[in-house]
Design a protein around this ligand. Sequence first.
Ligand code: SF4
Ligand code: SF4
Ligand code: SF4
Length: 177
Amino acid sequence: MRYAMAIDTKKCVGCSDCVIACQTENNVPIGYARDWIVELTEGSYPNLSLEIRSERCNHCDNTPCVRTCPTGASHIIEGGIVKVTHSECIGCGACIQSCPYDARYTHPDGYVDKCTFCDHRVANGQDPACVSVCPTKCMYFGDMDDSNSEVAKIVANRKWKSLAPEAGTLPQIFYLV
Ligand code: SF4
Ligand code: SF4
Ligand code: SF4
């Protein structure tokens, strides 16, 4: 079992429904976010292209955030999901410093928080909140180890990129391009 997500940059319209769904589902405080929208313009006029994508923790296979955590609060659970045990976090920020994606924030209550792949929903057979509300259905979540899963099939059949591959973190979010 290896949970992963594919996000179709050709279908994302940047509506932010995923951001609002995440904030509501996970009680993310106002002014903070576990996921966010990036809009990138590439090329030069008149050959410009716009890429819109929804970003979050990449639930990497190689995790500097877990290695640098002095208390073990940052850890990996079944399926490769990277989590933070809030009660064990001392808010030192070592994980924030080591993440190449700026995927973590310090909660006003003093602990670090980030995307959990909505493991509480996944355990009940539901999709993550962000995936479930996307009006263009541009996100695919599932088990990459199962070659019949929707996410494994679309990653096998489409061109994709991961973010900052040079960081060597082996991200498990695949951006379809
Ligand atoms: Fe850790 Fe950052 Fe990778 Fe998430 S994206 S697993 S916080 S290094
Ligand atoms: Fe670990 Fe918390 Fe420090 Fe991050 S801020 S490294 S989760 S103790
Ligand atoms: Fe937020 Fe869940 Fe989506 Fe992660 S998987 S960005 S926690 S809604």
